[in-house]
Design a protein. Structure first.
Length: 76
């Protein structure tokens, strides 16, 4: 058995390594962009839910004030 590796094999391995190293920055940027997009989507969803909750509080407060006004009108 020979300890000598064929030049074609070393060339193929070298080219594969260079390809992987060359694509790494683009892949990292893609993953980073996806993570940012997901985080922004969650933030917008959270803001929408908060706005809906504040609308419910506003409606409850308006209803309570209307009840106070009608009670005050009846007692006068």
């Amino acid at each position: 058995m020979s300890d000598i590796v064929s030049a074609q094999i070393t060339d193929a391995v070298t080219q594969t390594n260079v390809k992987v190293l060359g694509e790494s920055p683009a892949s990292a940027l893609g993953v980073s962009s996806q993570a940012m997009s997901h985080a922004m989507g969650l933030a917008m969803e959270n803001a929408t839910q908060t706005q809906g909750g504040m609308q419910q509080i506003g409606n409850s407060a308006a209803a309570a004030l209307m009840a106070m006004i009608t009670k005050a009108g009846v007692q006068s």
